[in-house]
Design a protein around this ligand. Structure first.
Ligand code: SF4
Length: 242
């Protein structure tokens, strides 16, 4: 269960959708740290509109009221939340968290000073602020494919992908439905020098994930890429807030 976000941080606070992992411990479910104990800070707002997005409450104001589904929370309150758990990995996700990256800098500094580490889950359309490119911060960059339904000029931002590729602090994770989409990934990998590559099956049920994993596995292995999972969907009957 996620921690209700009821405090307000004033105009300088971050716009937060949910916090989870303290009261009910959980894992990083995707990418290089899949299976590691983790805390989650989910920020509100996104600049894309992926058709299969499973966190539409962070951006879809036709169906969600932002005044109800998000709150402003101060950096001090967020730091206190992170320090209330012994878990060292703090995942900052969204929505698209780098929309608020300037306001995240002091939080990142406090969390790192306490000996924790941070992973950002980003769609790779914002050039990361240099203040975030520091030790113990990693970026799981998830460029969106055509299967997202978003036009290419919105979902692929060359300057941002080039900055992440040059940082040495990013892994590139692709939500994938079919073997045919691996060619689309390969084009982006070659064009922007993306490495390492993680292919993650799209799906919101264990059955769908297993089917897609089996359909993709041989072709991903043949390209010497990584295959990752959505562990929270496999592990928890109700994966929201886990
Ligand atoms: Fe949802 Fe992520 Fe796409 Fe934004 S980038 S719409 S949060 S899947």
């Amino acid at each position: 269960m996620s921690t209700p976000v009821q405090v307000t941080g004033g105009p300088t606070g971050l716009i937060v959708a949910e916090l989870f992992g303290v009261d009910q411990p959980t894992f990083q479910g995707e990418g290089p740290s899949c299976g590691c104990p983790a805390l989650f800070l989910r920020l509100s707002r996104c600049n894309l509109t992926c058709s299969w997005c499973d966190t539409k409450e962070t951006w879809d104001w036709l169906h969600f009221d932002p005044r109800v589904v998000s709150k402003r929370v101060s950096v001090a309150e967020l730091a206190a939340w992170a320090f209330s758990s012994p878990v060292d990995l703090v995942v900052i996700t969204g929505g698209e968290p780098l929309i608020q990256q300037k306001k995240l800098i002091p939080l990142v500094e406090e969390v790192l000073a306490a000996g924790k580490r941070i992973e950002f889950e980003t769609n790779g359309t914002y050039v990361p602020d240099p203040a975030l490119l520091v030790d113990s911060v990693r970026f799981n960059v998830s460029p969106k494919l055509a299967n997202s339904g978003v036009v290419e000029e919105h979902r692929i931002v060359p300057a941002a992908l080039e900055a992440f590729a040059a940082s040495g602090q990013a892994a590139f994770k692709f939500v994938t439905r079919t073997v045919a989409e691996l060619d689309e990934i390969g084009t982006l990998v070659d064009r922007y020098g993306l490495d390492p590559v993680y292919v993650m099956p799209e799906g919101t049920t264990p059955e769908a994930l297993i089917d897609t994993t089996r359909a993709l596995a041989d072709a991903v292995a043949a390209r010497r890429w990584h295959l990752t999972q959505r562990l929270h969907v496999l592990a928890f009957p109700n994966p929201r807030g886990r």
